[in-house]
Design a binder for this molecule. Sequence first.
Ligand SMILES: CCCCCCCC/C=C\CCCCCCCC(=O)SCCNC(=O)CCNC(=O)[C@H](O)C(C)(C)COP(=O)(O)OP(=O)(O)OC[C@H]1O[C@@H](n2cnc3c(N)ncnc32)[C@H](O)[C@@H]1OP(=O)(O)O
Length: 268
Amino acid sequence: MLRSCTAGLRSLWALRGRREGAPRLSTDLQPARRLFSTEKAVHKDWALPNPSWSKDLKLLFDQFMKKCEDGSWERLPSYKHTCTQKNEDFKTYFLDPQLVEEGLSQAQLFTRGFEDGLGFEYVIFNNNDEKRTVCLFQGGPYLQGIPGFLHGGAIATMIDVALGSCAAVSGGAIMTANLNINFKRPVPLCSVVVVNSQLDKLEGRKLFVSCNIRSVDEKTLYSEATGLFIKLDPKKKFNIKEFHSSLRKAAPPLEEAVVSSPALVIHC
Ligand SMILES: CCCCCCCC/C=C\CCCCCCCC(=O)SCCNC(=O)CCNC(=O)[C@H](O)C(C)(C)COP(=O)(O)OP(=O)(O)OC[C@H]1O[C@@H](n2cnc3c(N)ncnc32)[C@H](O)[C@@H]1OP(=O)(O)O
């Protein structure tokens, strides 16, 4: 397992133009490169193969793309910056327009904020009739928890995204109210896993969903989870503008803020 991860890391370094055995560059330690204006204009769909995808991930991707041909399955696109109709609807109905212009200009989707192969590589396929989704996920080296394995928070994030997408297909604008996860086996870093999610029950505004995470050969069950997602009520707009401006008023100098106030770290 560790050997395959090392191989994965080696190919990732190769992709980034780094020679094996070369001294570690200080740039390797820096956070993922941030792009703003150009990417916003391009609206690249990130749920498509890139050179960091392993053979397993590409194979599974091709199999599901074949299933899409008769219309029973569809690939869900994924963007760093909001541009799907669902995201636009969310901003229109639930957020203050001024906040969208000012406060969210640098915002990007958490799971798409890493360079190719280093973080979350995934694609989600949806089967509308069966009310289920399949998420193909390869967790990169920046998602490490215990050496050689994925961080539990990274797994939880992927579960949230997979279950959330399954719920959003039926429910539209939704938010996670509850997640319950059983971590049964550690997930090897850089391996490919399959997250199978399904909508179990729809009760008013409540969507009950569940999923399991398995190895590609289906022999290993890594995790099982259930989630409750709530369809948002347009009458209850989120007033995060007030929250932001009250933070701005109370903001101490940055160095002080980073040390003393976790809320301000989020704000920055
Ligand atoms: C062609 C197809 C295209 C499809 C494209 C799809 C593409 C994919 C798109 C998108 C993918 C999405 C993937 C992203 C995933 C990430 C999501 C997140 O990370 S969300 C951030 C974390 N979550 C929060 O921060 C929420 C914080 N909580 C809240 O804001 C509220 O509590 C909220 C909105 C969840 C509910 O508040 P209320 O005021 O609207 O509703 P109330 O009245 O409180 O609850 C409604 C019902 O739900 C129950 N409920 C609420 N919370 C509950 C809980 N924790 N446990 C049990 N029941 C709960 C209540 O008891 C009530 O039930 P009774 O109707 O009375 O039966």
